[in-house]
Ligand binder design. Structure first.
Ligand code: 13P
Length: 252
């Protein structure tokens, strides 16, 4: 089964509304002819409404970078899945390593966030990945198994294929140090095998992205690997030209 390639830009904590507007206006014409590629941006919360309005009718989907697992409640500073879907946001990053490392995001919360996203009609994009220490100790597979199994535990096999997973080795994020294509392929094939343990059909459908210092000149080789269905792009997604070049590399 062929999976539609997916390129997502994680803008992290960058861009005011005015800056985001300039970036999306530069991006839209540059990706409008990328037939056969799904494109998404993950801008900050404060720009979501403006980005949804600007992207309407284009191939660019707008995702959030985080959400709380509860529908509502006394959780100061948090945003819920229904609040995002009310804005016509299409998806949400969950468990990004920066959320896990800097803000105490737990697998226990993620096991609730993934179904909460689905329940609100959002595409959950679960991020997983090992630290440099874990890779050096030979613990990469153990870490990935733990994250995939625990974070997706409440998703039934019929829905598992709709989850997007992003494999982002933490040592490759923002460091300029991309995993080799072989390392990325091997880890992503392992993640797909973990999904297949639950449902072989889901494993065929689930799109699994690579993230970590993806740049225009590394994209084509990564995207050419059999199990790598797309990219989650940080720094390079803040440049419309670079993001469009990565999208172009994904055209089937
Ligand atoms: P960089 O592409 O800047 O390494 O960031 C990757 C990332 O964290 C995307 O979510």
């Amino acid at each position: 089964m062929s999976r539609v390639p997916l390129i997502a830009g994680n803008w992290k904590m960058h861009k005011t509304i005015a800056e985001a507007e300039a970036l999306i206006q530069a991006l839209l014409p540059r990706v409008s002819a990328a037939d056969g590629v799904d494109v998404a941006i993950c801008p900050p919360f404060t720009t979501l409404q403006a980005m949804v309005d600007s992207a309407r009718g284009s191939r660019v989907a707008v995702w959030a970078q985080n959400m709380h697992q509860a529908q509502e409640g006394a959780f100061t500073g948090e945003v819920s899945a229904p609040m995002l879907s009310e804005l016509d946001v299409a998806g949400v990053l969950l468990g990004h390593s920066e959320r896990r490392e800097l803000f105490g995001e737990t697998d226990r919360a993620l096991a609730q966030k993934v179904p909460a996203a689905f329940a609100a009609g959002l595409l959950p994009v679960l991020c997983v990945g090992e630290t440099e220490d874990e890779r050096e100790r030979g613990d990469t597979e153990r870490k990935l198994r733990h994250q995939v199994q625990e974070d997706l535990a409440r998703i039934d096999p019929g829905q598992l294929g709709d989850v997007v997973i992003a494999y982002e080795p933490i040592w490759a994020i923002g460091t300029g140090q991309t995993a080799t294509v072989e390392q990325a392929q091997e880890a992503i094939a392992f993640v797909r095998a973990l999904v297949a343990d639950r449902s072989p059909q889901a494993a065929e459908r689930t799109r699994i992205l690579y993230g970590g210092s993806v740049k225009p000149d590394s994209a084509a080789e990564l995207l050419g690997m059999p199990d790598i269905d797309g990219a989650l792009v940080g720094g390079a997604s803040l440049d419309a030209e670079a993001m469009a070049a990565i999208v172009a590399a994904a055209i089937p």
